[in-house]
Design a protein around this ligand. Structure first.
Ligand code: IPD
Length: 266
């Protein structure tokens, strides 16, 4: 797949920046803490609309389009996967940790990944086999291999199902006295970007979606890290669970400690 330079349209960046400090109009989706704002919808519509002008035959999977009833079908065709605001809960609260996540897949492999935090002006990018970057500067994972020295991100997620909530707590209590520190920052894509840039050593989550992790999966790989299924097999982007880490050795120490959950596929 030929690549040009990668960036996000400035108007999309601007929509989120301007909306960030204003009062948001918030709706709920699958449960009362699964939120969507008019900004999520506007950014997705604009991004997909503009991309379609240039690539009318490409396929799209967008978080808000799927929420509105469109199919989430990953084929071998060139496919753009869009999360217009990852970390919507943070965005609603003006907690400056949300981003646009955009990935381009061909034959189900991620070829381009972009994660952009418009509030902090942080643009993480990767092209397949060409490295990973933060604001055009190369980034690299920490390469930490020692569980007791690792900073691990374990998200709570946006699901109030009792089994899921109990599982999150089991994982937190299994890990908290074995690692340097645990964090939960509220954006899957930025969590992955943090592992890629060496700021955190591992992140795992059960119940995420393909639009949360597609861009991050390439950025981590290109930064020298690893993304796996939570049981240690190859990552399946549609399986709704993932662990990524600065090294395979670290991931393999964390995996046996995790309470494993399965979800209906995307
Ligand atoms: C959510 C965030 C959050 C993660 C959830 C995701 P959204 O994405 O990434 O960190 O824990 O699982 O659904 O809904 O804000 O795009």
């Amino acid at each position: 797949m030929p690549y040009g330079s990668i960036t996000l349209h400035p108007v999309c960046q601007q929509i989120i920046k301007e909306a960030f400090y204003k009062k948001k109009s918030v709706l709920t989706k699958s449960c009362e803490v699964d939120l969507v704002t008019e900004t999520d919808q506007a950014v997705e519509k604009m991004l997909i609309g503009r991309i379609k002008e240039n690539f009318p035959n490409h396929m799209f999977i967008g978080e808000e389009s799927v929420a509105a009833g469109e199919k989430c079908d990953l084929t071998n065709d060139p496919t753009w996967i869009v999360d217009p605001v990852d970390g919507t809960m943070n965005f609603v609260h003006s907690f400056p940790h949300s981003c646009i996540s955009l990935a381009v897949l061909y034959h189900k492999d991620v070829h381009i990944g972009i994660i952009f935090n418009p509030i902090l002006d942080q643009m993480y990018t990767a092209k397949r086999n060409q490295g990973a970057f933060l604001n055009d500067k190369p980034i690299r994972v920490s390469e930490e291999e020692d569980l007791s020295k690792s900073l691990v991100i374990a998200e709570f997620g946006t699901n109030r199902d009792t089994k899921k909530m109990e599982s999150v707590l089991k994982n937190v209590s299994a890990l908290m006295n074995k690692v340097h520190g645990l964090r939960a920052m509220g954006s899957a894509a930025l969590n992955m970007a943090s592992v890629a840039a060496g700021g955190a050593d591992c992140y795992f989550e059960f119940g995420i979606h393909v639009w949360d992790i597609a861009a991050g999966a390439l950025i981590i790989k290109e930064a020298g890290g690893i993304c796996l299924d939570t049981e240690g097999g190859p990552l399946d982007l549609m399986s709704r669970r993932m662990i990524c880490a600065s090294s395979e050795k670290l991931a393999l120490q964390i995996i046996p400690l995790l309470d494993q959950l399965k979800f209906e596929r995307d």
